[in-house]
Design a protein around this ligand. Sequence first.
Ligand code: AHG
Ligand code: MN
Ligand code: MN
Length: 311
Amino acid sequence: MGEGINDYTKNIVDLRRHMWMAGVEVELRRLIWQIAVVGKYISAKIHEANRKLAGSKNIYGEDQLSLDRATDEIMKNQLQYSGFVREYASEELREITKIGSGKEKYIVTADPLDGSSLVDTNLAIGTIIGIHKESILDTGRNTMVAALYITYGPLITMMYSAGNGAHEFVLNREGEYVMAQDNIKMKEKGSIFSPGGLRRDWVPGHQKFIEHLEKEGYKLRYSGGFVPDINQLLIKRGGIFTYPALQKSQRGKLRLLFELQPMAFIVEQAGGMATNGKEDILSLKVENINDCSPVYIGSRAEVELAKQFLT
Ligand code: AHG
Ligand code: MN
Ligand code: MN
């Protein structure tokens, strides 16, 4: 067996096997698997869009969809045929869209392409998914049963949680998602910080909090992509990402339904926390699908500290 090639006669823990061993309910694990596969198609689309790096025309031509829209179409179409999804809500659509017969078990939220402004720089970008069982806006409480994100970087990686911890997979050369790290647990306290927004727009409590982290010797790590920035916190086992309330936009920039709640679900499953400065991100009611919120997400010590600075 050559180096780097999996020996499938051995028991390789790929994504399906992991979910099976973890006892994830059959329809949910099929859906998570399907979404991970869509990640491959999205990655191919990103690659195609970036062919301009090799000097040829890319998809940004006049008759072409933007990459955000194109990746959204891919996700929506694939989920439509999955048989498990009755409604689809995405950052790219104004309304929650019915895509099933109504009898399917799940509702999916998507930020199909997070960090699209980074595509031409070749920095890492991602896809963020939330999976809900009940209607998102009517219930008044969070109904998420699973969340995942995919990182398109030097490697394609995927982190999922179905309420059973947070687990990382890497897409190998045979196109399988192979387990990289099982049950990731963040430390109580980390050593990196990712501060979103312009310093001149920060509210005073937030400004003092960041100055405190700087004095304490926290290292600045901000890529401009939410997915790789959160992935970094999980892989390095701690630290904090913030996108605060700004002087002119008290609700910050990042979207509760598509970005913050799925990431909060995963980070909490890894022993971390996510708040808006006062309340847990997962306890916030989403009234409109594009609602935004300030966010403090990461290891517990830093998130608790942020809360003290913000009171
Ligand atoms: P999207 O590309 O889905 O609109 O998300 C954009 C993001 C997110 O990836 C990142 O954390 C944040 O916007 C960065 O914002 P700034 O450019 O203001 O730092
Ligand atoms: Mn986004
Ligand atoms: Mn997006």
